[in-house]
Write a protein that binds this ligand. Sequence first.
Ligand code: ACO
Length: 265
Amino acid sequence: MISAAVPAEVGLRFEVDGEIATVTLDRPDKRNAQTFATWSALARIGETLPEQVRVVVVRGEGPSFSAGIDLRMFTPEGVPGQGSFASAAALGDTEFEQRIAEAQKGFLWLRRPEIVSIAAVQGHAIGAGFQLALACDLRVVADDVKFCMKEPALGLVPDLTGTKPLTDIVGVPRAVEMCLTARTVGAAEAVRLGLAEIAVPVSELAQAVDDLAAALLSTDRAAAAATKRLLQAAPGRTLEEQAAAERAEQVARIRALVGGASAPN
Ligand code: ACO
């Protein structure tokens, strides 16, 4: 087991055990509220992820996965050393958007074809917490889960890459209804809408995630990455384009399987 160095004040743990990496939001006394430091640390983990890792589990310590952005950002004082919304608003547009882009980097790497990311979600997953769960490929939830896209209720938009996976999963009308009412989505509805793959009792969450990780690791590594590449690109392609992409991936796969035989000319 390797534990990478994330400064303690960030409230994030990172451990690697063979092919499985675990990112743990670890500020349970503040319901794993997230700051810019959280997102920078997440981005750094993505940049330095050991090559052997095939499954990344994102989980939260304590009763809630994450209560979203640290509400101190709304105060004039902000988060010590990280500023506030007021200080960010004083930046020029380009610099301000760059700051958001830096935060988004913490989320985007979780979709890489070479890995499968699993969010293990119990209790509240609000705002940035919901978006972090959405940034993962798969969601395993406890039966007490409470998803809520709270941003519009606070005068914001969801900007931590959550709007795309949300609409991909539930469709635009349901996403509009969910976000613009800022209502809570529980476990049964999450499973029904495809927001969660499975819901289990809280006490069984860790085991359910372990079982899923083990099942994901049972397939061939290169074939899994190639298949994920295909599946991810499918919604944006025509049937013919996708069929061509399948051919290209399969030619590479079969050549690799038979030992790299090159094509006859
Ligand atoms: N930012 C900073 N601190 C927080 C946050 C947060 N987002 N959420 C909870 N905390 C702190 C509380 O202030 C409290 O601290 P204290 O013990 O020092 O007083 C501690 O965490 C526990 O919070 P409680 O409210 O007592 O816990 P409870 O389990 O009853 O409720 C809940 C949890 C529902 C998540 C509630 O804390 C809450 O509504 N939090 C705010 C959610 C929110 O609006 N997030 C922003 C979404 S928008 C976005 O993420 C961009």
